[in-house]
Design a protein around this ligand. Structure first.
Ligand code: NFS
Length: 626
């Protein structure tokens, strides 16, 4: 059968062309240039940290005698530490906001979900606080303590991870202490003359995976939910054409939804005044975009690869970026137009951007200022340079928090919501679950790997759960659009989805389930824990796989180590920079399975990857006797 050519999102294509014509460099241009220069780089073992070196492309050992395998492992730990730090930094920032809300110094946010606050509060073994505010302070203090404490496992880990996993991690010596000491020790162990044991180093990377999850992602999701609301199903539009030519366009970009929430409120207020015209159109980008999509129904403009393209429309008044995944090149793109780029975090400034530091105590005021700034800047727009391709944006149904998912299943069987999912997995209508997560890459045609992989999975009745930028590109191919015909979805899976949709008064569910930003990978563990617990089996026994088909950010590495430590077969579209060591590759793709039950699997071709993932799912089903 001849394979059909992959149809790339035409809006992205059109704006790439326009960017080229205008001399605006995009991620694809820079990728081509840099990759051409360093084609062999991924194969090299290079150590640049001491002054005996740099030891470039080490064949056997560096000047200090460090073997190639150790250099490669050490570099991987370094990369994992960076990714972990990003998520722990995120957790820390929002924990401080939660504490401020509890103490009354932060008034721009309130406790939107007192029940969730109480559930987590009691889950942590806390008691005695008689008001929500006091609970908020105590909970924030415990989370901050989890991040900083020198000894003892984080309370979030004890609360969230299944006991079987916690015991295994303890037995294998990777049960963690507080987040920051772990990050410090990870840096310590890769200093010159320190850890020179490959397995010990790689187990160190697994530790960082746990730090990322329980001191980064879980705190972030939990606190976002408590302060900004637990997501419920919500209909939004996605794609660069949510940018509107006749509106004042403001992009919220980054990862922390706190300031964006204040911006959205300020924009709503501005728009409510009938005297104000044109109206402000707030649109989202990267994970911040996903956060405001999930909770506020804000339309989603684009992912990591599309940030220059959004600006290339010439119709963006303001880009407000908080932390992570902001390509500094957006400042260059903005210089072609009137667009202003605002950075808001002291650890994430960009030369050429305007820095307006976020202060939670002044969130409302800053939100208003930024909206005013966008309104004022609209006068500077040259309409002859504004260009938005003539395509409708895509429909997407999002908002599947764990709570929403359980509630939706509960509409089918109120007394046993998890049982609904488990029964359908057992009877084979759902063959298994694939968590498809992470970024999009400029390596292939835009979205090719994700879309082809997911199409094959759902065709084979594998339920796909999304978080992160991969969902964007999936939405451009209508993989998140509810359609009662369930195009491309396996017959049995479609039937199950239809029953759930109907029970919830929805016309249809989307072919895949979107659970949120990358920090919301925590929600995926919640679902897996519930299923494993229900079946009284370990996570590594479940017919479950994970995939980051297009990962690019360092943050994906600790997430991968966490997934593997949970016991999950984890596919990566690209291998991290470890190819120079066969031993390291073997440990990651084979040996680690004997320790935790999960392992990495690397495959760029989406069809081959889907085939392998389905094979693993079927093997696990067989082993479970279902
Ligand atoms: Ni995830 Fe969010 Fe996107 Fe990748 Fe970046 S936005 S945390 S890292 S690029 S999915």
């Amino acid at each position: 059968m001849k394979k059909e050519k992959f149809a790339v999102d035409p809006v992205t294509e059109e704006l790439r062309k326009r960017a080229r014509e205008m001399g605006i460099r995009t991620v694809w241009d820079r990728y081509r240039e840099n990759y051409a220069r360093s084609k062999d780089a991924p194969l090299q073992a290079t150590c640049m940290t001491c002054q005996q070196g740099p030891c470039v492309d080490v064949k056997t050992e560096g000047v200090c005698g460090m073997k190639k395998d150790i250099i490669v492992s050490k570099n991987l730990v370094s990369e994992t530490t960076i990714g972990t730090s990003a998520h722990v930094g995120h957790g820390r920032r929002v924990a401080n906001i939660l504490r401020g809300v509890g103490e009354g110094t932060v008034t721009a946010y309130s406790i939107k979900e007192p029940e969730k606050l109480d559930r987590i509060y009691r889950g942590f073994g806390l008691s005695g606080a008689n008001t929500d505010k006091k609970k908020a302070v105590e909970l924030a203090n415990v989370i901050l303590d989890d991040i900083s404490k020198l000894t003892g496992a984080p309370r979030m880990l004890v609360y969230r991870a299944l006991e079987e996993r916690r015991k295994l991690w303890e037995e294998k010596g990777i049960l963690i202490n507080g987040g920051c000491p772990e990050i410090m020790e990870a840096q310590n162990r890769i200093a010159m003359g320190m850890d020179a044991d490959m397995e010990n180093l790689l187990l160190g990377a697994c530790r960082l995976g746990l730090v990322d999850a329980y001191c980064g992602m879980y705190p972030a999701t939990t606190i976002h939910d408590i302060l900004l609301g637990i997501p419920n199903v919500i209909q939004i539009k996605t794609g660069l054409t949510v940018i509107e030519a006749d509106k004042i366009n403001l992009i919220v970009h980054g990862h922390i939804p706190a300031l964006p929430d204040a911006i959205v409120r300020a924009a709503e207020e501005y728009n409510a005044d009938s005297k104000n015209s044109p109206k402000v159109n707030v649109v989202g980008m990267c994970c911040t975009g996903m956060e405001v999509l999930m909770r506020r129904g804000v339309n989603y403009a684009g992912d990591i690869l599309q940030q220059e393209l959004a600006i290339a429309t010439g119709a963006i008044e303001l880009v407000v970026a908080d932390i992570q995944c902001t390509q500094p090149a957006i400042v260059d793109a903005a210089s072609h137009f009137h667009t202003k780029v605002i950075t808001t975090d002291p650890m994430s400034k960009i030369e050429g951007a305007t820095h307006i530091e976020f202060d939670a105590e002044k969130a409302d005021q800053i939100g208003k200022e930024l909206v005013e700034m966008a309104v004022d800047n609209y006068a500077n727009r040259d309409q002859t340079k504004a260009y938005i391709p003539k395509y409708e944006p895509h429909d997407m149904l999002g908002g599947f928090s764990t709570e929403q998912l359980v509630a939706a299943l509960g509409k089918v069987k109120p007394e046993d919501p998890v049982g609904v999912l488990v029964d359908q997995i057992k009877n084979g209508n759902i063959r298994g679950v694939a968590a498809v997560i992470g970024c999009v890459t400029p390596r292939d045609e835009y979205g090719y790997r994700t879309v082809e992989l997911v199409r094959e999975l759902i065709r084979n009745n594998v339920l796909v759960i999304f978080t992160g930028c991969v969902a964007t590109v999936a939405s451009y191919h209508d993989l998140l659009k509810p359609d009662p015909m369930y195009p491309g979805v396996g017959e049995n899976l479609a039937k199950v989805m239809d029953v759930i949709a109907k029970a919830n008064g929805l016309e249809a569910l989307p072919p895949c389930i979107f659970m949120g930003a990358c920090v919301d990978n925590s929600r995926i563990e919640e679902v897996l824990n519930a299923v494993a617990d229900y079946l009284k089996v370990r996570i590594d026994q479940l017919p479950v796989v994970a995939s980051a088909p297009e990962y690019i950010a360092e943050k994906a590495i600790p997430i991968g180590f966490w997934a593997v430590s949970l016991g999950i077969f984890t596919h990566l579209g690209d291998q991290p920079n470890v190819a120079a060591s066969d031993r390291v590759v073997k440990w990651l793709t084979e040996d680690v399975e004997k320790i935790f039950g999960g392992k990495f699997y690397v495959e760029a071709d989406p069809h081959a990857a889907a085939g392998k993932m389905i094979e693993v799912i079927e093997e696990k089903r067989k082993a479970l006797g279902i």
